[in-house]
Design a protein around this ligand. Structure first.
Ligand SMILES: *[C@@H]1O[C@H](CO)[C@@H](O)[C@H](O)[C@H]1NC(C)=O
Ligand SMILES: *[C@@H]1O[C@H](CO)[C@@H](O)[C@H](O)[C@H]1NC(C)=O
Ligand SMILES: *[C@@H]1O[C@H](CO)[C@@H](O)[C@H](O)[C@H]1NC(C)=O
Ligand SMILES: *[C@@H]1O[C@H](CO)[C@@H](O)[C@H](O)[C@H]1NC(C)=O
Ligand SMILES: *[C@@H]1O[C@H](CO)[C@@H](O)[C@H](O)[C@H]1NC(C)=O
Length: 304
């Protein structure tokens, strides 16, 4: 009796934590020859997998308020119109094996409930910067078999448990390698230390040239991320040296000016008279020659 009373809240809690799909039975696919003009408004799952759509008008799905799962796998989709926001309940979206070459600019920028997103097997070269910005519960993201070389940082969600990236010409530059290793550390901490590499798949570098063909896992952050630091150093170092030299020069002239008031100036008023000045300067000054120290002070006016 007591245990029964305890189990029920747990089951409720688990189903709440699992969210979305609980209780939604997905039907077999309804295969259509063209994009429908209306959708059954009460459905929790729409399965059009295998249809021939070409273009998809997202507004159609906005009206299906109970929608939790939308399967548009293998629908020959080349173009999506809209899709900044999803029906509030939608948690699984399948767009794999289509012919998408680009996504709308604000695609899924507002999709807080999304848990599973499949965009594998398309021709995507990039995903928008805003992509998944408001998504914090994403568990699974498939981007494999596209033409991606880089990803916006926002894609690497802390909530991710699975990220499919294989089959893309990755550019193994600092941002990607850093994000991947960060994701690896996070997933590794959750339990199995090495198996997370399997959940991300083969991330093979296509560029830079010296890393082509290598696995992104074998690239060390130190190798690709130090270069900008070194460049900055090489630009800054000569600047600092110049600054130091200028300071020394200024200070030197200042000191000379001070020394000049009670010591014969080492400054040579006439180039080429090097031999004469050591003996002659005391004499020259008494003779009313312009005080070399004062002239030096005027020349170095900016430093005093
Ligand atoms: C949609 O239908 C196809 C074929 O009938 C099936 O394989 C697939 O699992 C269904 N999608 C979902 C999300 O259940
Ligand atoms: C959404 O529903 C409203 C009212 O029910 C209707 O006027 C509108 O045409 C529908 N939009 C789409 C894209 O089906
Ligand atoms: C997919 O779309 C392309 C053009 O968008 C068309 O040429 C092709 O026949 C379509 N494929 C199928 C199986 O309908
Ligand atoms: C880690 O993952 C490997 C391969 O997926 C599996 O064989 C092993 O049992 C896992 N270890 C733990 C502690 O979960
Ligand atoms: C990764 O690459 C290895 C060897 O190239 C291959 O055997 C394996 O199936 C690949 N794994 C995935 C998930 O593509």
């Amino acid at each position: 009796m007591v245990s029964g009373g305890l189990v029920l809240p747990w089951v409720l809690l688990l189903s709440v934590m699992d969210g979305g799909v609980s209780g939604c039975e997905c039907p077999q696919a309804t295969i259509l020859a063209q994009f429908p003009s209306e959708a059954p408004p009460e459905s929790c799952c729409l399965n059009y997998s295998g249809s021939t759509f070409g273009s998809v008008t997202w507004a159609l799905f906005s009206n299906v308020t109970a929608l939790e799962v939308l399967d548009l796998t293998d629908c020959n989709i080349t173009h999506i119109q809209g899709a900044a926001a999803l029906p509030a309940q939608l948690s699984e979206l399948y767009l794999g094996r289509n012919a998408l070459t680009a996504l709308p600019e604000r695609f899924l920028a507002n999709a807080p409930g999304l848990r599973v997103l499949d965009l594998g097997g398309n021709f995507l070269e990039r995903v928008p910067g805003d992509f998944l910005r408001s998504t914090s519960r994403l568990r699974e993201l498939r981007l494999d078999s596209n033409r991606l070389s880089a990803l916006p940082r926002g894609v690497f969600k802390p909530s991710l448990e699975r990220l499919e990236l294989s089959g893309n010409p990755w550019d193994c530059a600092c941002p990607l390698v850093e994000e991947l290793q960060g994701l690896g550390r996070r997933l590794g901490h959750r339990g199995n230390d090495s198996s997370w590499q399997g959940t991300v798949g083969n991330v093979t570098c296509a560029s830079p040239v010296d890393l082509a063909g290598r696995s992104a896992w074998s690239v060390r952050t130190a190798d690709v991320c130090q270069i900008p630091g070194l460049t900055v150093l090489f630009i800054l170092l000569p600047l600092l040296l110049l600054l130091a030299l200028a300071l020394c020069w200024c200070c030197g002239r200042k000191r000379k000016r001070k020394e000049g008031s009670f010591r014969p100036a080492k400054w040579d008023p006439e180039p080429g008279a090097a031999g004469a000045h050591r003996n002659g300067s005391e004499h020259d000054r008494r003779q009313g020659h312009p005080n070399p120290a004062r002239r030096a002070g005027r020349a170095a006016g900016t430093c005093s």
